[in-house]
Design a protein around this ligand. Sequence first.
Ligand code: CA
Length: 226
Amino acid sequence: MKILIIEDEERIANTIKKGLQAEHFTVDTVYDGQTGYDMASGEDYDVIVLDRMLPKVDGIEICKRLRKEGSIVPVLMLTAKSQTEDKVEGLNCGADDYLTKPFSFDELVARIRALARRPHHTTEPVLQVRDLTLNVSTSQVVRNHEIIALSHREFALLEYLLRNKNRVLSKDHIIEHVWEYEADILPNTVEVTMRNLRNKIEKPFPQDQEIIKTIRGFGYIITEHV
Ligand code: CA
């Protein structure tokens, strides 16, 4: 899952980013409202963590603009204030949830997961194809009763493919959803990560069918049927 953090306190933004990456999220961070709005409006995110008070364009205004242009991306608003009127203003502008600073990291993660599970996302805690399961909450991947250890990027790649089961995903699509915005990624990087992933989820199981299919010239797909 890909998260955008818009937060001008760089220390807080980077702490959240590190923590979320450890939970296998892909995370972009921006430190001012204008860049934040441009990113939120131009890229595809699963959840946006939006600070209320920001330089250039504030959080309320960003949220209003996104909703006005029809964006349904779940927004979690952060604020240093705890007054009721501030919460109401935040929710009125189209934010889906609200968290008052200081907050516990566990609570932030729980709320992000809850937002990503809302109906417009086909988010199940456990994604499955044949004898392979990926548990989004525990970050555990199991095939044929064996636990498989994946790197952060391999996990994100497998999760993205499973969420889009039965769809052919191009390398460009994969780069956009599995890597951070500022990362300088070549199509070859996707191939290498894909090969490493397959070495872990397919190679040790020679009696089983392949999980990921390559569609030459188009991309990759995961389907129930071989
Ligand atoms: Ca702020």
